[in-house]
Design a binder for this molecule. Structure first.
Ligand code: ZN
Length: 135
């Protein structure tokens, strides 16, 4: 009985996996407006996420970048990015899809949201990189 119950859920798995969505377009940063993606067709999708994600979305070094987020549409005009530890934020530069990271050259420390280095307290450099590279 238990076995049959388990098997009956198996066909649902591909559906669940397909539920992850992505949004890509120009990252809108405007002090008076929430962060958003401007789609190629001109439609605006508001972009939100956890605190660390919000920090990335407000990083002015990414303003107007060709930006991509993985997560879920909460509605057609609102997208919630996956939590920061799932590495859901990308920029497309020079034909490459790069995950957004931050790097301190002095301490060789990587982070996933902007801010001061946890070691030397200097502002970390934006360091978009190949997502296939290890952390
Ligand atoms: Zn440092």
């Amino acid at each position: 009985m238990t076995r049959r119950l388990l098997l009956s859920f198996v066909p649902l798995l591909p559906v669940l996996r397909a539920a992850q969505d992505r949004v890509r377009g120009r990252l809108r940063q405007d002090a008076s407006l929430p962060p958003a993606i401007i789609l190629r067709d001109g439609n605006v999708v508001l972009l939100e996420g956890d605190g660390a994600t919000a920090g990335v979305l407000r990083d002015t070094r990414l303003k107007d970048d060709d930006f991509e987020a993985l997560g879920r549409f909460a509605s057609p005009g609102r997208f919630v990015a996956d939590p920061i530890h799932l590495r859901a934020l990308f920029v497309h530069r020079g034909g490459r899809r790069l995950v957004v990271t931050y790097w301190c050259d002095v301490c060789a420390i990587r982070a996933w949201t902007p801010g001061p280095c946890q070691c030397c307290q200097d502002e970390m450099a934006l360091d978009p990189r190949d997502p296939a590279l290890p952390d």
